[in-house]
Ligand binder design. Structure first.
Ligand code: BGC
Length: 764
């Protein structure tokens, strides 16, 4: 194949090369008939195929396809095998609808629950998001259909998403915003990666050489093509140099001409263009190895969408009312019981093959019970007391009230962020009024991201988080409410008590062209841990109709080398009467580290199915990266010798077993002492200490003489009233020596140069 591609490249004119690097239409690449280069068709993405019949049209209705649950729900399954299976189904639909590459999944972090597009993303945790993205990609690509991992990178808000600059420090970038992409690229090799619209630290992601070339292509070994988000390219030549191989959408004749001119004038090296052409041709020809025809099994995929929705729903509260059984009269309240809210607005909006109506599905499960329906709230933001009054009358006379509450799309969608975490005023009033007359009230939520519940959570008997549940979600809700299926989803993001508690609150959404990621590493549970702040529902939380015990936790070795990693095992027992599934989570806590670290971080998980009374042993492997952190001075992930706690947990706040292990680092890190290194840094560095210690003794003696000995009771301390060595330790050695220059045999700079040459002597 590669020789063939080289031959084609050698036969291409400059104009053909430039044209290939920009789309021919909204959804297709440029074919070159004379050389047998076919067009390639791409479509959104990510939880269904949005195949617009006419590829020239950006906005036409799309062909019917299965609308699976959106990413918030997918991540709450914590089920990598299920995502693989869903990926295979998506690929089958792509094949039937003539799509070569589906534009997804999205692996951006949920920095704030206000992000309008959070429903399309997996988690606030990079490890979980990476696992989910990798599985979906592997599933899709196992059938010969390509994916586009998006939006690379740091695209975490809708406000000014086309131009705002996300200002992020290097460590935060490496530890929080990039790892999900890194994992997906390394584990699943997506055919394409889509660059984000926004800027990162002042540079458009569509021109970001560090992001696209140095990190993605060179460091992670990404072999596919980088495609721009739709309209993300500002300067085609700069974006080619920056690593964007394919600009979408097309056609863009002026830009294609600009590329040709820049090559002719020598301002753009043709080799750069050739490299993008090679990457595009590789994928175009790979895509054509999978013939696109046939149909897909609409019913089987609807069933799969149903299964995924069931697995992703999270039971948040249950005072024992659920599962429903034996009720004679069920008051079904809420517009979304009849008009299912199962997906979000924007580019991911799917034209579903069919839709399960929640009310009908509940009726099917309810047997002989009588079901009544009232709408409860309008489609818009108006307040209508009469609808509430009517709902109260229904609820009063029933045995149980089931409220279907959907966060309307005017509050949550691609294209705009949320301004608060609230339901509508009418919805809150409705829940409170119904709960007042009917203690047996269940709230079923449909939303893509957390809502606050303080006003009403204590008044209701049960809450089921149904997410944007896909076209079959209505049936999934009925299954869970009636206990046909035991809920097993757990939250992939924290539900805060109130908006002002959230990590990015003081730095959201930015302005004057930039948004500062001031909370750094501390997003999601990392933040709530550090602040010791209570939350409504923690990361990793979800109830079941049964209980699970964790016993007999073990590690393969108490002391281990970082490169070998360690295996954790724990026995999980279903101690209740319902069959069910448990999601076991493993977090790692570092006892001591050179740089500040989050209190704990998720590094492994497993989902296990257990019959009543059954016990299974669960094994989770922790590798080098489970213990490492990114050090911006070494410019790499490092491990440090020392103790770590391994926390085996049912949620971020429900730690069931703790094991302590000792890591031996195999790294031999270069010495990073330099002219600015402080006294403390010299003394903390093993090589530095050896050469610096004699001088340190002198410095200390001189300093104590000059400034006092630090004993407050005695006279000398009074000179400047402080413990002088504590005060000096965080000063660069050279700065301190300058103060004492008179007493030194040579210039301070030369002394430090001498020390540095000793510690760096083996690096020549
Ligand atoms: C979105 C992408 C999408 C593309 C094509 C963009 O506005 O950000 O996620 O794939 O449009 O519809």
């Amino acid at each position: 194949m590669s020789t063939n591609i080289q031959t084609i490249i050698s036969q291409m004119t400059l104009e053909e090369k430039a044209a290939l690097c920009t789309g021919a239409s909204a959804w297709s690449t440029t074919p070159i008939e004379r050389l047998g280069v076919p067009e390639m068709i791409v479509s959104d993405g990510p939880h269904g195929v949005r195949r617009v019949a006419d590829v020239q049209s950006m906005m036409q209705d799309s062909l019917p396809a299965t609308c699976f649950p959106t990413a918030s729900c997918l991540a709450s399954t914590w089920d990598v095998d299920l995502l693989h299976e869903m990926g295979e189904a998506l690929a089958e639909e792509c094949i039937a609808l003539n799509v070569d590459v589906i534009l997804g999944p999205g692996a951006n972090m949920k920095r704030s629950p206000l992000g309008g597009r959070n429903f399309e993303y997996y988690s606030e945790d990079p490890y979980l998001a990476g696992e989910m993205a990798a599985s979906l990609i592997n599933g899709i690509q196992s059938r010969g259909v390509g994916t586009s991992l998006k939006h690379y990178a740091v695209n975490n808000q809708e406000f000014q998403r086309f131009c705002i600059s996300a200002e992020v420090d290097e460590r935060t970038l490496r530890e929080i915003y990039l790892p999900a992409f890194e994992k997906a690229v390394k584990q699943a090799k997506p055919w394409t990666v889509m660059c984000a619209y926004n800027k990162l630290n002042g540079e458009y992601c569509s021109e970001h050489q560090t992001l696209l070339i140095d990190i993605l292509k060179n460091e992670w070994g990404f072999e596919g093509l980088v495609v721009s988000d739709w309209g993300a390219v500002h300067d085609r030549v700069a974006s080619l140099k920056g690593g964007v191989d394919l600009e979408m959408p097309g056609p863009q004749e002026r830009r294609v001409n600009a590329v040709v001119e820049e090559v002719r004038s020598g301002k753009l090296d043709e080799a750069i263009l050739d490299e993008s052409v090679r990457r595009i041709l590789n994928i175009v020809f790979k895509a054509k190895e999978t013939p696109k025809d046939g149909t897909f099994d609409v019913d089987a995929h609807h069933k799969l969408a149903h299964k995924v929705a069931v697995e992703g729903m999270v039971l948040l509260k249950n005072n024992g009312l659920l599962p429903l059984s034996g009720q004679q009269h069920i008051a079904v309240i809420g517009r979304s019981a009849e008009h299912a809210h199962f997906q979000g607005g924007g580019s991911s909006h799917i034209n579903p093959t069919k839709v399960s109506v929640p009310f009908n599905e509940l009726g099917d499960e309810a047997g002989d019970a009588e079901l009544t329906f009232t709408e409860g709230y309008p489609a818009d933001d108006s307040f209508q007391q009469d609808m509430i009054d009517q709902a109260v009358t229904h609820a009063q006379s029933a045995d149980v009230a089931v409220l279907y509450i959907a966060l309307p799309s005017f509050k949550e969608s691609e294209g705009y962020d949320r301004s608060d975490l609230d339901l509508t005023e009418q919805q809150v009033a409705l829940i409170k009024a119904v709960a007042k007359v009917q203690p047996k009230t269940v709230v079923v939520l449909n939303n893509g991201a957390p809502v606050v519940m303080s006003d009403w959570i204590d008044d209701v008997a049960a809450v089921l988080e149904g997410w944007m549940m896909g076209q079959a979600g209505g049936a999934a809700i009925a299954d869970v409410l009636f206990g046909k299926v035991n809920p097993s989803g757990k939250l992939a993001e924290t539900f805060p008590i109130k908006l002002s508690d959230t990590p990015a609150h003081l730095n959201w959404p930015g302005g004057a062209g930039e948004v500062r990621y001031g909370e750094g590493l501390f997003i999601g549970y990392r933040y709530y841990d550090a602040k010791q702040m209570p939350v409504l529902f923690p990361f990793g939380y979800g109830l079941s109709y049964t209980n699970f015990d964790y016993t007999n936790a073990k590690v393969s070795s108490k002391t281990f080398k970082d490169v070998e990693g360690v295996t954790v095992t724990v026995d999980v027992t279903n101690t209740g009467t319902f069959a069910g599934k448990e999601i076991v989570q493993v977090y790692v806590h570092d006892h001591a580290s050179g740089l500040v670290r989050p209190q704990k971080e998720l590094k492994g998980f497993a989902k296990v199915e257990l019959q009543p009374g059954e016990t299974k042993s669960v094994s989770i492997q922790l590798d080098f990266r489970a213990f490492a952190y990114y050090h911006p001075e070494y410019k790499r992930w490092i491990t440090e010798d020392g103790d770590f706690d391994i926390l085996i947990a049912a949620s971020a706040e429900d730690i069931r077993q703790t094991l302590t292990v000792t890591l031996e680092s195999t790294l031999s890190l270069p010495c990073i002492l330099d002219k600015e290194s402080t006294i403390r840094e010299w003394m903390d560095d093993p090589r530095g200490k050896v050469v610096f210690e004699p001088l340190y003794a002198q410095i200390e003696a001189m300093s104590r003489e000059m400034f006092g000995d630090g004993d407050e009771g005695e006279g000398d301390m009074a000179i400047i009233g402080m413990d002088i060595m504590e005060g000096l330790k965080d000063m660069p050695v050279v700065s301190l020596l300058l103060w004492q220059q008179d007493a030194l045999p040579m210039p301070a700079d030369e002394i430090v140069d001498g020390l540095l040459s000793q510690v760096h002597s083996d690096e020549a």
